[in-house]
Design a protein around this ligand. Structure first.
Ligand code: BTN
Length: 326
């Protein structure tokens, strides 16, 4: 852990209490002056840290910024996802940033957040609006032992982790629209973009990109999305703590990634199905130039959707643009 991570972890662990500079200095093997310098840096980032000559330092409040050291300190030890983490003030797309790390041979589990994306993208070449400081825009590098046709499992896993986190964090009832949309009261609040690099029968790496509209106001969305998109703030009626949400989400992702590696995809899929608004509904799916209409019956073991078509055939669909029919 870095100096800042350890200082922030100690201040958080003290709760409303204080930690003395001498204790921090001893724990970190640095001088009290070095601790003071770090505290000043943290203050400059917006951390309100009270200092008293008798009691030491106390964390009064943290700013609404994503700070890599603070996220790592709050996250603690994870098995894979989040064992390393970067935050950029701005990047084109966090999926591209992680793709670069993947090509450099970085090990799986690294997470890249950006406060803003200038070219955030969604599925099917769509734009993903990512204004500064309003959402969680991040990507995770994974090197799973999966075949390319099993990668939809990761999208299912991510949607499941999102649903659990948003439910716990907001008390609301998130739903999933296959394959990658998370909805609140029928409006999209989060999306997943899974991009892979693979050989014929082996995945080299996967970039799992997740966007959560946390504190966007209606006017932050482009006009054409205002009726179909929403944010946690709009749904809860209050501003949400992005850092706390990020930490909770990374923990859930790490937990489900471990379950996947342990061969428990079926259990994940069962949870996903319970939150899914797609199954049992009449749907239309556009896959390239093709339109498929039918009843969404089930998920197959790889996370593909099984659709009973108008003509009674059962089709297996691994991706596409799905519309729920009335
Ligand atoms: C979708 O619903 O179409 C997927 C949206 C995925 C958006 C996230 S934000 C972080 C990551 N970087 C991107 O450019 N896209 C994903």
């Amino acid at each position: 852990m870095s100096l800042d991570s350890t200082i922030l972890a100690a201040l958080r662990a003290a709760g409303t209490g204080s930690v003395s500079g001498a204790e921090l200095a001893q724990r970190l093997g640095v001088s009290r002056a070095a601790i003071w310098a770090r505290i000043e840096e943290l203050r400059a980032l917006g951390y309100d840290i009270a200092a008293s000559p008798h009691d030491g330092y106390r964390l009064v409040s943290a700013p609404d910024v994503l700070h890599a050291d603070d996220l790592l300190a709050r996250l603690g030890k994870t098995r894979v996802i989040g064992r390393n983490l970067h935050v950029f003030r701005e990047t084109a797309s966090t999926n591209d940033s992680v793709e670069k790390l993947a090509r450099d041979g970085v090990r799986e589990g690294v997470v890249v957040f950006a406060e803003a994306q200038t070219r955030g993208r969604g599925r099917l070449g769509r734009r993903w609006v990512s204004p500064p400081g309003k959402g969680l825009w991040f990507s995770v590098l994974l090197r799973p032992a999966l075949r390319p046709d099993e990668v939809t499992r990761l999208t299912i896993l991510a949607a499941n982790a999102l649903v659990r986190t948003l439910r716990t964090h907001t008390g609301l009832h998130p739903e999933v629209k296959w394959p990658n949309d998370v909805l609140l009261r029928g409006r999209k609040v989060a999306g997943i973009l899974t991009e892979l690099s693979a050989e014929v029968d082996r995945v080299q790496h996967v970039v799992l990109g997740i966007g959560v509209d946390v504190n966007l106001a209606p006017h932050d969305f482009p006009a054409d999305l205002r009726k179909t998109a929403t944010s946690l703030r709009s749904e809860c009626g209050r501003t949400c703590d992005r850092a706390a949400l990020a930490v909770a989400l990374l923990r859930e992702l790490d937990r489900d990634y471990e379950r996947l590696a342990a061969g428990e995809f079926e259990a994940i899929a069962t949870e996903w199905e319970a939150a899914c608004t797609t199954l049992g509904r009449d749907v239309q799916i556009r896959v390239g130039d093709r339109r498929l209409t039918g009843r969404a019956e089930a998920l197959d073991p790889d996370g593909a959707l099984l659709v009973r078509t108008e003509h009674g055939r059962l089709e297996r669909v691994t991706g596409g643009d799905l519309t729920l029919l009335k």
